[in-house]
Ligand binder design. Structure first.
Ligand code: NAI
Ligand code: MG
Length: 363
């Protein structure tokens, strides 16, 4: 198995140090046999090579069995000529590998109830997965762009596009997942206003009726869903939604766990000819420029993303559970990075938090 590590920008590199250490532990203590390669990505690639994407890196991205990704985004991109900056290489990876299925589990950890801004009785027991469509919708739709009108003012356009096939395959992902959980899918759209929304709703319902009669389907408008996520998040098992809605709703749902720094994700493509699926594992959060360089980012979302890689790509479920339990034990023992600590309270650095997780790993 070939793992490709792309630390990326901002806190991406900082949290990926933790991932590399856990990976090393798994190789030494659990006999994990993987070929790990790292490439600079984002500003680091620019500084190393004078380009944001080299042919070699792109080749490795196309052939890796799994990519462990940190984050993209930095104020420093203004230093790069506009033409070179035009491509968003994270979106380009998602598009070229057809990573349509983005799984974002959101689970409340009892020992972290005090870190959430929501009341403990609202958060207790929350266990849901947001299934976000990741390769279509407004992030990729054409036409797009900004044009200057004859009167000198400007006009900006983006387009939400989905085909039957695209909605059906993400619906199937959600239904399959629901079968392994509580058997409930809530499909989220804006069917009352947008044509694509009504189409999304009909298509998900049809797949449910014809292929998954054992799974309960419900539908919710996205604005209501945002409200329900903070009113009563326990009502959800699997949420399936389009790209932009999933992006927004998962940041919102992060507060259930206390911090965006706790949410992992897995993105997968269709089954390839070798039976595997292209996969990219990354924390839900971005490069957090407000805290980058301070060594205080929470590495747990990235470490939990590695656990998802162990489970889904490497077929090492026992190791995945080991890592997840180590994270939970570290938290139960009181380990807190700044995002999880009480205001003004003491907290651990990124590397100290990683130390605490590794101390809780038992071969
Ligand atoms: P963000 O997720 O980077 O940060 C939002 C807030 O959460 C900030 O206050 C940040 O300090 C905090 N936060 C994020 N990760 C944390 C961690 N591990 N530990 C502790 N606190 C954490 O989103 P923002 O600020 O909207 O975007 C910053 C940059 O990241 C932008 O350039 C954006 O485009 C990019 N971005 C990249 C993503 C990716 O690489 N997949 C996803 C989201 C944003
Ligand atoms: Mg987001």
């Amino acid at each position: 198995m070939q793992l490709l590590i792309l630390p990326g920008d901002g806190v991406g590199g900082e949290v990926m140090e933790g991932v590399k250490r856990v990976l090393q532990w798994l190789r030494e203590c659990r006999g994990l046999d993987v070929d790990v390669h790292e490439e600079p990505f984002g500003m680091a690639a620019w500084w190393a090579h004078g380009t944001l994407m080299t042919d070699e890196t792109w080749q490795r991205i196309q052939t890796a069995d799994a990519i462990l990704f940190g984050a993209i985004g930095s104020p420093e991109y203004v230093q790069i000529p506009a033409e070179q900056r035009r491509v968003d290489w994270l979106l380009e990876m998602r598009r070229s590998l057809d990573l349509y299925e983005n799984l974002r589990p959101v689970r409340a950890i009892d020992a972290l109830l005090d870190a959430s801004t929501l009341r403990p009785e609202v958060v207790l027991g929350v266990d849901m997965v947001i299934v976000r469509e990741l390769a279509g919708g407004v992030y990729f739709g054409q036409p797009r762009g900004v044009e200057t009108l004859p009167d000198g003012t400007r006009r900006a356009v983006n387009t939400i596009v989905y085909t039957t096939r695209e909605v059906e395959r993400i619906a199937r992902s959600a239904f399959e997942l629901a079968r392994t959980r509580q058997g409930r899918v809530c499909s989220v759209d804006k069917a009352n206003v947008l044509e694509f929304g009504a189409f999304w709703r009909e298509t998900v319902q049809a797949i449910g009726d014809s292929e998954y009669p054992d799974v309960e389907v419900s539908h919710m408008y996205v604005d209501n869903c945002a409200m329900q996520l903070v009113r009563d998040p326990r009502q959800f098992d699997v949420i399936v939604t389009e790209n932009l809605f999933g992006d927004i709703l998962s940041d919102c749902a992060a507060m259930v766990t206390g911090s965006l720094g706790m949410l992992p994700s897995a993105s997968r493509g269709p089954v390839r000819s070798d039976g595997l699926r292209a996969a990219l594992y990354e924390p839900v959060h971005g490069s957090a420029p407000d805290i980058a360089g301070q060594g205080i980012a929470n590495p747990l979302a990235a470490i939990l993303s590695l656990a998802m890689c162990l489970r889904y790509t490497l077929d090492r479920v026992n190791d995945a559970v080991l890592v997840e339990q180590a994270v939970e034990r570290a938290i139960v023992a009181g380990a807190r990075t700044r995002d999880l600590a009480q205001p003004g309270g003491t907290f651990l650095s990124t590397s100290e938090m990683t130390d605490r997780v590794i101390a809780e790993l038992h071969p």
